[in-house]
Design a protein around this ligand. Structure first.
Ligand code: NI
Length: 188
């Protein structure tokens, strides 16, 4: 188990479509490293290609309070192997996202509010669950990574791009109010 270096935008591994995992026993060390690296960086999630491994594995966890994302509701540690997501409605919300592979940048991305998530867990047992609200944005962000997509690819209005300090100063209060309504509606 160790904290690994996080690769940054421009590195080609972030643009690879990650390969499916055939045998979960072969990725136990990778999962441990992803969890350690995510926690060390205060991330809400981390995909394997972000540490240079193009395999379909990502981890998600929000322990509150998270200093990067103080408004996010908690998400228990979730390991997704070979995840597939499917929107359950056309409804979307405007999420202001950041990424450990895109330093000091945030931008507004439309995300579905309700998703079905199917995957294997780290033991190889099937996961088939529904994720709603702000947490659904986190699941879409991490599974995007495994398809070689970064949040900046989904920013339709590039004028929403901002640094973290500009976000905190200018946009966070309105965003927090809006996502609080979303979290209260969906409970997550
Ligand atoms: Ni990311």
């Amino acid at each position: 188990m160790s904290v690994r270096d996080i690769v940054r935008i421009g590195h080609p591994v972030l643009r690879e479509v990650a390969a499916p995992v055939d045998d979960v026993t072969a990725v136990q060390g990778l999962v441990d490293d992803l969890v350690d690296t995510m926690r060390a960086a205060n991330g809400a999630g981390l995909a394997a290609n972000q540490i240079g491994v193009p395999l379909q594995v990502c981890v998600i966890e929000v322990r509150t309070p998270n200093p990067r994302y103080p408004y996010k509701p908690p998400i228990p540690l979730t390991v997704l192997v070979n995840p597939r997501i499917e929107p359950l409605s056309d409804e979307t919300f405007a999420n202001c996202e950041g990424c450990l592979s895109v330093p000091d940048l945030r931008g507004v991305v439309d995300r579905h509010v309700e998703l079905r998530v199917r995957a294997l867990d780290r033991e190889g047992s099937p996961i088939d669950t529904v994720v709603r609200g702000l947490s659904a944005g986190t699941f879409q962000h991490e599974t995007d990574h495994l398809n070689g997509t970064l949040f900046v690819d989904r920013v339709t209005d590039t004028r929403t791009l901002c640094t973290w300090s500009e976000f905190r100063e200018r946009y966070e209060p309105e965003f927090v109010t809006r996502v609080a309504a979303l979290v209260s509606r969906f409970g997550s």
